[in-house]
Design a protein around this ligand. Sequence first.
Ligand SMILES: NC(=O)c1ccc[n+]([C@@H]2O[C@H](COP(=O)([O-])OP(=O)(O)OC[C@H]3O[C@@H](n4cnc5c(N)ncnc54)[C@H](O)[C@@H]3O)[C@@H](O)[C@H]2O)c1
Length: 434
Amino acid sequence: MNLAVIGAGYVGLVAGTCFAESGNDVICVDIDQEKIATLKSGKVPIYEPGLEELVQRNIEEQRLSFTTELAAAVRPASIVFIAVGTPQGADGRADIEQVLATARAIGEAMDGYKIVVNKSTAPVGTVEEIKRVIAAATPHRFAALSNPEFMKEGAAVEDFMKPDRVVLGGDDPEAIEQLKELYEPFVRTGNPILVMDSRSAEMSKYTANAMLATKISFINEAANLCEKMGADINEVRHAIALDRRIGPHFIFPGAGYGGSCFPKDVRAMIAMGDAELEMPLLRAVEHVNEAQKNLLVKKVKRRFGADLSNRTFAVWGLAFKPRTDDMRDAPSITVIEALLKAGARIEAYDPEAMAEAKKIFGDRIRYHRRNYDALNRADALLIVTEWNEFRRPNFQTIKQLLKQPVIFDGRNIYDAAELRKLGFAYYPIGRKNG
Ligand SMILES: NC(=O)c1ccc[n+]([C@@H]2O[C@H](COP(=O)([O-])OP(=O)(O)OC[C@H]3O[C@@H](n4cnc5c(N)ncnc54)[C@H](O)[C@@H]3O)[C@@H](O)[C@H]2O)c1
C-alpha cells in the first residue's frame, strides 16, 4: 500500500518505518526541515533502539522516503496517518491544533478518496472534529478513524512490530478492512485487532496511560509508607505481585513518572471531566507524582542540610526512562533544578540524553562522557534513571572517587545489604533507612 505519515517524531517515524519494513511504500512528512534533512541522510534524530538500522535499510530499498511537502506525500497515498504532537494546553487540556492543522492540509491536498487515521493521542471526539475539518476543505470522499498508538519509547520498534493489540476506532467498514490488512503482518501470533467506535478508541489510549500512571503513584505511596513504618517495599512488592489479580508488572517504586505521555495524558483526562466530573483519583495520581519527583531532593537535604552551596552531586541518568534520549517532563529536571536552587553543583551522565539535557540545563551543570567521571570528589551519587549499565557498577571505584560513599537510589536498583556492607550510606526508596 502507499502510505503517508504526517509527523516524523517518536511515533510517526517508528510507525512509518515499520510499515515500510513490512513492504509498504511510505512517505514521512514533517514541518521540521532539519529533521527531514537528517532523516534523508539515513540518520535518525532520536535514540530508539533498532530504529536507525531499519530506517537505513528501507531508504536503500526505496520503500521509505522523507519530505516537508505534505501534499506531495498525501496524493499518492491511500492511507494517511496523523502522528503530530498533542502537547498540554494552558488549562491541562490536550492542544489538538497540530492535529487539526494537519487534517486541514490533508483535506486541501486530497485529489480522491483517502483513509485518514489519527495516531496522535487526542481527546475523545477528535476524530469527529477531524472529519468536520477535512469535509470543509475538500469535495472528495474520505474516511477518518482513530488508531491510538501504545508503543513504549525505548522498545518502540519491538512494540510496533509485535503489539499486544491494535485498536481501530471508526464506522467505515471499507476503511476498517484496509487497515486490518495493513496491520495483518504485525499480529500473526494471534494478538487481536480490536474494532470499536472512534470515541472508545480515543478513550482506550487515555485510560491505558492513566492506569499505568496510577499503578506508579500507588506503589510510590505504598513505598513511602513502608519507609515510615520500617517495612521494605521490595518484599511487599513481591508479596502482592504473586496475587494474579495484581501481577508483577509496573509496580516498581521510584522518583516519579515523567515523559511526553503520562503527565500530559493524565492531565488531559482530568480536563475531559470538565465541571461535571471531578476525577479525584487522577488528581491524586498527579499530586502523588509531583511530590515523588521531589523525594530524592528531600532525602539529600535530610542528610546534607537545606543549604547545598558547597556540595557537588553526581547524577546518573537524565532521560525520563532508560533506552531513550527523551527528556520531556523527566524527573531528573525537577531533581536537578531543586539541587541547583539550593546552591549545589551537578556533575551529570546519561548514555543517550546528554544532547537533549544540554538544551534544558545549558552550562548550568557539567556533563561527562563516562559515568565514573561524574563522581570525582562529589558528595554523593544520585541514581535518577535505571539504565542497565548502572545496575552492576564497580562499587570500589565509586567509593574511591566520591568524597564520601553516599548513594541516593531513586530507582531501587542496588542491594541495600551489599552496599551497606561495602561501607556506603545508601538511601533507596520505600525501604528501611531510606
Ligand atoms: N512518544 C511516545 O511514546 C508516544 C506513544 C504513544 C502515543 N504518543 C502520541 O503520539 C503523538 C506524537 O508523539 P511523539 O512523541 O511522536 O511527538 P514528537 O514531538 O516526537 O513528534 C511530532 C512531530 O510532528 C511534527 N509536526 C508538528 N506539526 C506538524 C505539521 N503540521 N505537519 C507535519 N509535521 C508536524 C513535529 O515537527 C514533530 O517532529 C502525541 O499525540 C503523543 O501523545 C506518543
